[in-house]
Design a protein around this ligand. Structure first.
Ligand SMILES: *Cc1c(COP(=O)(O)O)cnc(C)c1O
Length: 415
């Protein structure tokens, strides 16, 4: 399609965008069990209004935009409370979990190089840790040492200890890990780092908000945040269970000194001194302002209410899956992530089930190994599980009748 020569009127463009959206997953009505989160029309309106007010502001230089320095400081402060970060802690807003994790990997590499002269750094992490760590190792030239998880899908700290050597700069645990939704033994993993004085990153991109409020609701949550000695940094996504607009996450470091390894500065060009906190140069203020506004709009009580709703929907979904002989839970959900596979993969294919569900408008993650489906349950799903269960039963019958098989597909795509 060629660019319009004369320009297109605004109304026509907005209408065309709405038409294009018609075939997207209907996340507003809870049809997406991944990729989108919804805490209600009022919260979306707050996010969208704040986003619009700051979409053209640029966080690359907060001398020119002191508003964005203020916004970042507030958001990092709110998150610090959740993570029980001490007064020495310091963080930055990033554009998402991936950027937060990239920065954790980069900071660990810099620290290893500066403090220990490490030239061939490696990262020791469980096979369950997010793909973004692989990306970080690839981008920044570290070796990724994946260590198999235990039978219960949690990281194996003994095996991780065996994989660590004098070039290891970072160990990783997740709270919870994405694929099966279980919490790694963070205290044991962090102890490995503390003994060796290396970095330990906790990936709480998914769980940071939920675990904070599940604990407040009386759930028994194993230690996962800065109260654990040895944890040096934590990532937490606001565009997931913070229910704000896309493009918002925080990486928090235990100290300003550790955070200093994240930043980049140079004057080795003709444009003068240049510094940036993360991957981006020019950085839109929209997602920062939206996060600031949504977090305060919801407040502590809002997040308590939304976490309770998401957890109730999770428990309801778990009961449905337990009642279906074709399906088997991969793990007892510790937060709001539910993963299940086929009880008998040779006679029943879960990817064919995902195809049948998508024909009915439900979008689930397909993952493996082992072949399984994954639901990220959030507040919008409360009251929607019964309808989903009906379509799930119909879809199972359809797959049986057709003896169908499906494709794994992908969590992320390239085009
Ligand atoms: C979502 C997620 C990430 C990656 O975050 P993006 O926002 O998709 O870049 C990393 N780790 C975990 C556990 C996640 O759930």
């Amino acid at each position: 399609m060629a660019l319009s020569v004369t320009g297109v009127p605004r109304e026509q463009l907005l209408q065309q965008l709405e038409v294009m959206k018609a075939h997207d997953v209907d996340w507003r009505n809870g049809r997406a069990f991944t990729l989108a989160y919804n805490a209600g029309a009022d919260v979306l309106a707050v996010a969208e209004d704040a986003y619009r007010a700051f979409g053209t502001e640029n966080a690359l230089n907060t001398d020119a935009f002191p508003s964005l320095r203020h916004i970042q400081a507030d958001v990092v402060g709110f998150v610090g409370e959740w993570l029980q970060a001490g007064p020495e802690a310091a963080g930055f807003m990033t554009t998402g979990g991936t950027e937060s994790i990239l920065m954790a990997v980069k900071a660990a590499r810099e620290r290893g190089r500066n403090e220990r002269g490490i030239s061939a750094p490696n990262v020791v992490l469980p096979t369950s840790a997010h793909a973004a760590f692989e990306k970080g190792c690839y981008y920044f030239g570290l070796e990724s040492r994946r260590v198999p998880v235990r039978a219960d899908w949690r990281a194996d700290p003994d095996a991780m200890a065996d994989a660590i050597d004098d070039q290891t700069v970072l160990v990783v645990g997740s709270a919870p890990q994405y694929p099966q939704g279980v919490i790694d033994p963070i205290a044991s993993i962090a102890a490995l780092a503390a003994e060796r004085d290396i970095n330990c990153h906790v990936d709480a991109c998914m769980g940071g908000v939920t675990l904070t409020y599940l604990a407040r609701l009386g759930h028994d949550i194993p230690p996962w945040n800065f109260t654990v000695p040895g944890v040096t940094s934590i990532s937490i996504d606001l565009h997931k269970y913070g229910y704000t607009a896309k493009g918002a996450s925080v990486i928090m470091h235990r100290s300003k000194q550790l955070r200093a390894y994240q930043t980049f500065v140079t004057d080795n060009w003709l444009g003068g001194f240049y510094g940036s906190s993360g991957v981006l140069g020019t950085k839109g203020g929209g997602s920062m302002a939206a996060a600031w506004a949504v977090m305060q709009y919801l407040g502590d009580e809002g997040y308590l209410r939304l976490t309770a709703a998401a957890r109730r929907a999770t428990e309801e979904l778990v009961e449905v899956i337990r009642s279906l002989p074709e399906l088997q839970l991969r793990a007892e959900p510790e937060t709001t992530l539910v993963s299940f596979s086929s009880s008998n993969p040779t006679t029943f294919d879960v990817f064919a089930l995902a195809d049948a569900l998508w024909r009915r408008g439900w979008y689930l993650d397909r993952q493996g190994p082992p072949a399984s489906l994954h639901c990220t349950v959030n507040a919008i799903h409360e009251g929607k599980i019964a309808v989903f269960a009906d379509d799930l039963r119909t879809s199972i019958a359809e797959v049986h009748a057709a003896a169908a098989s499906g494709e794994q597909g992908a969590y992320g795509t390239v085009e």
